[in-house]
Design a protein around this ligand. Structure first.
Ligand code: HEC
Ligand code: HEC
Ligand code: HEC
Ligand code: HEC
Ligand code: HEC
Ligand code: HEC
Length: 262
């Protein structure tokens, strides 16, 4: 048994270094430009039906709504293509159609003042097309506080400063909820000598995620009951369910591993 331990450590270090290096290299090469971080291509049925796949952007929507509203109340899966949205669902006021109905946001088809029909299909079905969008990322976010990775935006500060105002309710879909108090910060030990520990802030997370984004599906509410490692996080589980896809990337080690080694 004892002999195995050094092997495990060597293996682990190789894993971490490759993972971190792969990500570092990605910044120069593969990692998407700021305006594409968090974009999701949805293509269960588009190509099959001879229309361009859908490109959904998080940067614009997360500047207006909480994650909780969409992923809990409206019911989008946190997985590209996972929801199985159809155009019929949208017309019936579900999924994208919960907002893209001509009231909360633009509808698939709109009447212009002189009674012509304007089709907005391309604005969603935009993959591989040159579409003139109404909102430009760089213009829209030019006053937002800078972050190091991902969208290059510190979203927490943007919210704290009131630059983004998050709606957490859509009439007819959201139900009234009791607001639960945020538990205290949680100190998570990084089980590795020399790696700074992590402080998890409930307060900072619940602004965007409420409680239901994490409990009980991602984390149990009994302290320490959920066992996971950095490897699981790199694999997109636990903290990695959001970080690395929509929230700031895992490359930003120090933003989680903040607590100095004693
Ligand atoms: C607010 C965004 C949005 C708009 C606007 C929109 N769609 Fe879609 N549409 C979707 C999404 C999301 C899907 C699911 C895509 C997938 O899985 O491939 C979809 C699927 C489809 C499909 C695939 C088959 C089906 O019935 O689900 C067709 C065809 C389609 N849309 C046609 C249109 C047409 C035509 C318009 C314009 C009149 C339009 N869409 C406007 C979001 C939109
Ligand atoms: C306006 C609605 C909306 C908001 C707000 C929203 N999301 Fe999403 N999210 C979606 C949709 C739509 C998808 C794609 C689902 C599908 O394809 O079936 C998605 C997918 C995801 C995925 C999977 C991405 C992938 O590449 O597989 C993650 C992770 C995610 N969201 C996290 C978040 C987080 C964290 C927030 C808040 C910071 C957030 N979302 C805010 C609608 C939203
Ligand atoms: C919670 C409400 C909400 C949901 C759900 C939602 N959107 Fe939006 N969306 C908005 C608002 C608000 C805007 C910006 C205002 C506008 O353009 O009408 C917007 C803008 C967009 C834009 C930008 C278009 C442009 O020209 O700049 C795209 C693309 C888009 N949404 C696609 C989608 C798709 C695809 C879905 C479903 C997968 C979806 N949205 C679900 C509220 C929503
Ligand atoms: C982004 C994910 C996330 C969100 C959102 C979240 N939690 Fe947690 N919660 C955690 C994690 C991680 C732990 C620690 C679990 C562990 O130690 O295994 C935890 C632990 C807890 C615990 C046990 C705390 C202790 O000290 O024993 C309670 C109670 C709890 N959460 C309640 C809530 C409530 C109430 C909300 C909404 C206001 C909420 N959580 C929102 C991730 C989250
Ligand atoms: C359900 C999605 C989700 C999960 C799961 C999640 N986070 Fe976050 N986290 C967010 C969002 C949203 C933000 C806001 C900033 C952003 O999106 O980049 C955030 C911000 C943070 C911040 C920034 C705090 C600051 O002061 O700058 C830290 C640190 C953090 N998360 C650590 C964690 C850790 C550690 C875990 C796992 C125990 C975790 N998160 C799990 C969504 C999530
Ligand atoms: C989103 C937050 C977050 C980010 C970003 C992050 N970590 Fe972690 N890390 C954690 C959490 C939470 C744990 C605690 C898991 C445990 O050991 O119980 C952890 C644990 C670890 C451990 C201890 C051993 C293990 O596997 O659990 C190492 C080593 C580690 N991280 C390295 C890194 C490196 C290197 C980076 C940057 C490439 C990084 N982490 C980025 C949250 C994060």
């Amino acid at each position: 048994m004892k002999k195995l331990i050094p092997f495990a450590i060597v293996f682990f270090l190789i894993f971490i270094i490759t993972a971190a290096f792969a990500q570092t290299k990605g910044v120069k090469k593969k990692s998407p430009p700021r305006h594409e971080y968090g974009n999701v291509v949805i293509n269960n049925s588009s190509t099959k039906n001879k229309i361009a796949p859908v490109v959904y952007n998080h940067w614009l929507h997360r500047a207006k709504y909480t994650c909780r509203l969409c992923h809990v109340d409206i019911g989008f899966e946190m997985k590209a293509g996972g929801t199985g949205i159809t155009e019929k669902d949208n017309k019936n006021g579900l999924y994208c159609g919960a907002c893209h109905n001509g009231k909360e946001a633009f509808a698939p088809e709109e009447k212009t003042p002189n009674n012509e029909v304007k089709k907005n299909c391309d604005r969603c079905h935009s993959y591989g097309k040159a579409v003139a969008f109404e909102k430009d990322f760089y213009q829209f976010t030019k006053d937002f506080p800078a972050g190091r990775f991902g969208n290059g935006i510190d979203w927490l500060k943007a919210e704290e400063k009131g630059l983004v105002k998050l709606k957490d309710h859509i009439a007819g879909i959201s139900i009234k909820r009791n607001v639960l108090r945020d538990p205290q910060d949680i100190y998570i030990k990084a089980r590795k000598v020399g790696m700074p520990d992590i402080i998890f802030s409930h307060k900072k997370h619940s602004v965007w995620n409420g409680c239901e984004m994490c409990h009980p599906d991602i984390f149990g509410i009994k302290r320490g009951a959920t066992k996971y490692s950095m490897q699981d996080i790199f694999a997109g589980k636990y903290c990695g369910a959001c970080h690395g896809k929509v929230s700031f990337p895992l490359l930003d080690c120090q933003r989680c591993h903040t607590k100095g080694v004693k």
